[in-house]
Write a protein that binds this ligand. Structure first.
Ligand code: F6P
Length: 753
């Protein structure tokens, strides 16, 4: 029951109890008061007639006495008047004297006395007044009817009840209003306390919470928050609000700077103006929701043809355009810089080096020089944008291996969290890189260095061990070089939950119908999908070959199953990528020629960028999704497919060599190099019962929901906050200049230089 009605009910019950308790007293009091009134009146009457009566009695003037008594009895309250002589005989009486009245019933004392007698079923007050003359003596008897007193008592009861009810109702209403005000004020105070805790405002007990318990609640909440955090950040249900809260409470006033090569929003010139595009990038898909939640600045390469047209004088633009929540700062690169740093060292050197897919890495001195120069340019941009000496800088990916050290040199108090979005190979493989020492040293400028999996962390530590003079603490997974300690740990990246692209989706049945209609397929056609950038690491060729094998082995599926391959062009300047596209198109034609007939085309290849909403619609329309990466850090497409299937149907066939396979155990895990096993998995997926699909999908959706990108960012940021707190404690304790201290691993700090 709501609190106010409950108060009203309580007040009402108390009112009834009060009426029952008070009203008997009230009527007794009124009756007594009336009786006293009657006695007083009797005495007055006696005093006024005593002499006259004595004279009449003395002469035995019966008629005059009867007349006198008759006159007296005209008084409405006086019922009857009589005279009892000293022998107890009623000598005179007025007409209404009750027939059963006798002088024996009343006290006839030497002084006036009063008694109550019952006569004719009513209570009468009898006043007995002594009166004496020379010849006779007796008592004047005055009978008053007390019925009026009872009536008065009843009336008094009624009025008191009404009055009490009125007072009680007004009182209850006032009490309820006060209670409401107090409760409201209390709630406001609690809310303010909660807001303060959420925002990380301590207030130093100076906050005016209006009510003392607001402050107590704030303290309790802070305790709970601290306890929860100290238990394990992984147990929190992460979402944008939780991330914001964690940030506000643990890194209050922190300045967040993200740096990546790829920008989250690209402005391109098109025929009718400027078109906005979100690139096909796992990195962008992960970081963008985090930035939307936390705000800050994102520094990235401005690669769109209209990017310069929309920025301000400082090369900044607030994004997302629909509801700006953070700043995108664009860095312009010359063609030479882009070719050397991005296409050259990053994508022809480090990309194939880290993805073991048997594409030979190319290492060119000129590319390396551009890579170093561009890293230095981004370092300068970060220093320029930093408003404080200790920003939190989130460095993204293999484009910026040298950046952490460059930032550390210029902003020694910065907390630098670097995330390597691609795999880290084993030491032998990495060892072929001519600049391995510089790359490792650059990364070790980070406070925290993150990879998707523990396996990649181990590979990195082994590589450091092999090529750099360092102190490695395997128990705490940290590396110390020249006194600077870097914590190396896994942070499996993910997507936002629920994904924004899901909000606008039609029901799955509608998606199935409309996608099939757009592709010219009949409603019963079973469909597999593969959606990604046109990259050789994704195993697109192997996937198409597996479909071919499947149709060869199970010809009953010819005409009943198609595979839709959507590929977004990427890095098209590089021959490997162009060749891949040619080869995929050739292979698709070959397979279609082998199995296609009468309007049936088993491989549908669409080479263009798809916005997230289109991608989600295709996922929802499909019976299965194949992720056959030959090597992949995580692969967020797998998680997006799972997130898109809120109908808990659809089968995910996932490469064992994608980081996602460590988390998505409900998928059919395959070796993409093994065509037979992938083709078997396609058959198994097409035959899988709805119940099994549901069981598997539920398992995976639960993982993607709880291990979302807010958790990914939150864990890194909370780790950063721990480092900063310990750093501050050490700085206070040491009284040494700040620059002589650097953060050690999570339990301690070291002094350097
Ligand atoms: O996997 C590394 C990565 O940065 C991903 O985040 C993303 O999918 C891809 O590379 C983007 O490549 P690019 O920015 O070169 O188009």
């Amino acid at each position: 029951m709501p609190i106010i009605p409950r108060y009203m009910l309580a007040a009402f019950i108390m009112l009834v109890a009060a009426i029952f308790a008070i009203s008997p007293f009230a009527s007794t009091f009124v009756e007594q008061w009336a009786r006293r009134d009657v006695e007083l009146r009797s005495t007055l009457v006696f005093n006024s007639v005593r002499d006259e009566l004595a004279n009449l009695l003395a002469v035995g003037a019966t008629t005059q006495i009867n007349n006198l008594f008759g006159r007296l009895a005209l008084d409405g309250r006086l019922l009857a008047v009589g005279y009892c002589d000293h022998e107890g005989s009623l000598l005179y009486r007025s007409t209404l004297m009750p027939a059963d009245f006798s002088c024996e019933k009343v006290a006839r004392t030497a002084s006036a006395s009063f008694s109550t007698i019952a006569a004719d079923n009513r209570n009468l007050v009898v006043g007995s007044f002594p009166i004496a003359t020379d010849k006779t003596s007796g008592h004047l008897i005055l009978l008053h009817d007390l019925t009026f007193a009872e009536q008065r008592g009843a009336q008094a009861r009624t009025w008191i009840t009404i009055a009490l009810a009125g007072v009680a109702l007004i009182g209850a209403a006032l009490a309820s209003t006060f209670a409401l005000l107090i409760v409201r004020r209390g709630l406001q105070s609690i809310r303010r306390a909660i807001e303060d805790v959420k925002a990380g405002r301590n207030g130093g007990f100076s906050q005016d919470y209006g009510l003392v318990f607001g402050r107590q609640i704030r303290d309790v909440l802070q305790d709970i928050t601290e306890t929860r955090r100290s238990i394990d950040a992984t147990h929190v249900d992460w979402g944008p609000e939780v991330l914001r809260t964690a940030l506000a409470s643990q890194l209050a006033d922190a300045e967040i700077i993200v740096v990546s090569n790829r920008e989250p929003y690209i402005h391109n010139r098109v025929a009718d103006g400027i078109a906005l595009q979100m690139p096909a990038s796992g990195l962008v898909a992960a970081i963008e929701p985090v930035m939307r939640a936390c705000g800050g600045i994102w520094i990235a390469h401005g690669s769109g043809s209209a990017d310069r047209d929309v920025v301000d004088a400082k090369d900044c633009i607030r994004v997302p355009p629909a509801s700006p929540s953070y700043t995108l700062r664009r860095v312009w690169l010359s063609q030479q810089e882009e070719e050397g740093y991005y296409f050259g060292l990053a994508n022809e050197g480090l990309w194939p080096l880290c993805h073991i897919v048997f594409v030979r890495p190319a290492f060119r001195e000129a590319d390396w020089n551009e890579y170093r120069a561009v890293n230095a340019r981004f370092a300068a941009a970060i220093v320029e944008e930093a408003k404080r000496p200790d920003p939190i800088v989130l460095v993204q990916d293999y484009h910026f291996a040298l950046l952490p050290k460059m930032i550390r040199e210029r902003l020694p108090e910065a907390t630098i969290i670097t995330f390597w979005h691609i795999p880290w190979p084993n030491a032998e493989t990495f060892g072929i890189c001519p600049w391995k020492e510089e790359i490792i040293a650059g990364l070790l400028g980070s406070s925290v260095l993150g990879f998707h999996t523990q396996f990649h962390c181990n590979n990195f530590i082994d590589t450091v061990d092999r090529f750099i003079e360092s102190r490695i603490d395997r128990e705490h997974a940290s590396v110390t070089v020249s006194g600077l300690e870097t914590f190396v740990r896994p942070y499996p990246i993910s997507i936002e939950w629920p994904p924004a692209a899901l909000a606008s989706q039609k029901p799955v049945a509608d998606c199935r119908r409309s996608v099939r209609a757009n592709l010219g397929l009949n409603d019963s056609m079973r469909m597999g999908v593969g959606i990604e950038r046109f990259d050789y690491t994704k195993g697109i060729l192997d996937r198409l070959r597996a479909v071919d094998t499947f149709l060869c082995r199970y010809p009953e599926w010819v005409g009943r199953f198609v595979f839709l391959q959507v590929a977004a062009p990427t890095r098209a300047k590089l021959a490997t990528y162009r060749n891949l596209q040619d080869e995929v198109e050739r292979l698709a034609r070959e397979i279609n020629a082998r199995h296609g007939a009468g309007g049936y085309t088993p491989i549908l290849l669409i080479v263009r960028h798809h916005e997230p909403e289109e991608v989600f619609e295709l996922f929802r329309a499909a019976d299965l999704c194949v992720i056959s990466s030959l090597h992949d850090g995580m692969n967020l497409v797998a998680k997006e497919f799972v997130a898109a299937r809120d109908d808990e149907q659809g089968v995910l066939i996932l490469s064992d060599f994608a980081g996602a396979s460590r988390e998505l155990s409900g998928a059919l895990i395959v070796n993409p190099y093994d065509l037979q096993s992938v083709s078997e998995a396609i058959g198994q997926a097409l035959r899988m019962s709805e119940q099994e699909q549901r069981d598997r999908m539920r398992l995976m959706r639960d993982v993607v929901r709880s291990r979302n990108v807010y958790r990914w960012a939150g864990q890194m940021l909370l780790d950063a906050s721990q480092l900063r707190k310990r750093q501050k404690i050490m700085l206070m304790a040491s009284r040494k200049p700040k620059s002589t201290l650097i953060q050690g691993r999570f339990g301690k700090l070291r002094q350097v230089r």
